[in-house]
Write a protein that binds this ligand. Structure first.
Ligand code: HEM
Length: 324
């Protein structure tokens, strides 16, 4: 007797719909998108019958669906070497990998922030493992970049002109969403109408931390009023009242206290970011010594103050008082 065919369980609509933050004018991307014919369970089974289980290797036209979906043809056209230096290829590729990683991190942080704003703490925490892995990956990229020797770097350095990672708008978005709002560094993009509006919007919006503080207040924890509504574009100033709020959260350091879990997740993210800054600083010192940067800064001297920055300052300062 044949079993009655089981109908597929219906997929529930996902209440946590992803949101794609706008970074560049989306019209610029439209012409780069290539159409893909969708497949289904049935069409995939048909394909296996036709190929006897071997992968498909013949495609119409001059491309294939993998290339069309990911646009790897574009990606592989973006390594314009400007010198004879062997190490320039690694420098370009690793920079591009890092830019994409900044984007991946920002996308997750943006959605984490929206979930916090919707009082969906468990949904926000569910994104944390990937964010941490992405940061760990970012920190590891310095292992590769620090194989570039001073001689290797000098072979292509002049070709960089005044270009510098400090001019990355994707990196600036990551800094902004985590709370480090620098008007001066955002200005580097004021001449670019395709990216500046999104950067300004990020500058004028609450950071993830601002939203977490508003969540604490909604959950009945006393947070100073001036931290709940302020000019979001201004640099965040640590507040003793916010320290008190976090100390209250830490009074119950248990797996069941979702606010405590959120606080520990945030400090881990801040910790990983500090590791990233530190590895950048040390790699730069190793490659450049005390030479000035290409982007107009004093180089290592300027980066030194960057290394000292900490996101979510009260989550660091309360450690002195916890259990004391
Ligand atoms: C491996 C060789 C590298 C050297 C020697 C180097 C050097 C420097 C220097 C000297 C600065 C200070 C600003 C300036 O005057 O340019 C800087 C800033 C910066 N660099 Fe690098 N860098 C390197 C690689 C990278 C890579 C691969 C990235 C990531 C894509 C990157 C991202 C940044 C960012 C985001 C800043 C600004 C930091 C901030 O705003 O806090 N750097 N770098």
């Amino acid at each position: 007797m044949t079993e009655p065919r089981q109908s597929k369980p219906e997929r529930k609509a996902n209440p946590r719909k992803r949101v794609i933050p706008q970074i560049r004018n989306p019209a610029l991307e439209l012409e780069l998108i290539r159409g893909i014919e969708e497949s289904t369970d049935a069409s995939r089974k048909d394909a296996v019958r036709e190929t006897n289980g071997e992968p498909i290797v013949r495609f119409a036209g001059k491309s294939n669906p993998y290339i069309d979906y990911h646009r790897n043809d574009l990606l592989h056209s973006l390594q314009h070497m400007r010198s004879e230096g062997h190490d320039e290829m690694t420098f370009i590729l690793m920079t591009q990998i890092k830019e994409l990683t900044f984007r991946a991190i920002h996308y997750e942080l943006y959605n984490m922030q929206l979930r916090v704003r919707n009082d969906d703490v468990s949904g926000a925490l569910a994104l944390a493992p990937r964010i941490k892995r992405l940061f760990e990956f970012l920190v590891k990229t310095w292992d590769v970049l620090s194989t570039i020797s001073t001689h290797g770097f000098n072979e292509f350095r002049d070709h960089l002109g005044i270009s510098s990672g400090q001019q990355s708008y994707m990196y600036r978005h990551v800094e902004f969403i985590l709370g480090n709002k620098s008007h001066r560094l955002a200005e580097a993009h004021a001449n670019n109408p395709d990216v500046y509006p999104a950067l300004q919007e990020a500058m004028n919006s609450p950071s993830l931390y601002d939203d977490v503080l508003r969540l604490l207040a909604r959950r009945g924890i006393d947070v100073p009023k001036e931290c709940l509504n302020r000019d979001w574009s201004e640099e965040y100033k640590p507040h003793p009242g916010v320290e008190k709020a976090w100390i209250a959260v830490h009074a119950e350091p248990s797996p069941d206290n979702d606010l405590y879990q959120l606080s520990e997740t945030l400090i881990e993210i801040a910790d990983l970011f500090s590791q990233y800054r530190w590895r950048h600083f040390v790699s730069v010192q190793r490659i450049l010594g005390l030479k000035p940067g290409t982007g107009g800064s004093a180089g290592v001297g300027w980066l030194k103050h960057v290394v000292e920055l900490r996101f979510f300052p009260e989550l660091w300062s309360i450690r002195t008082y916890l259990g004391a």
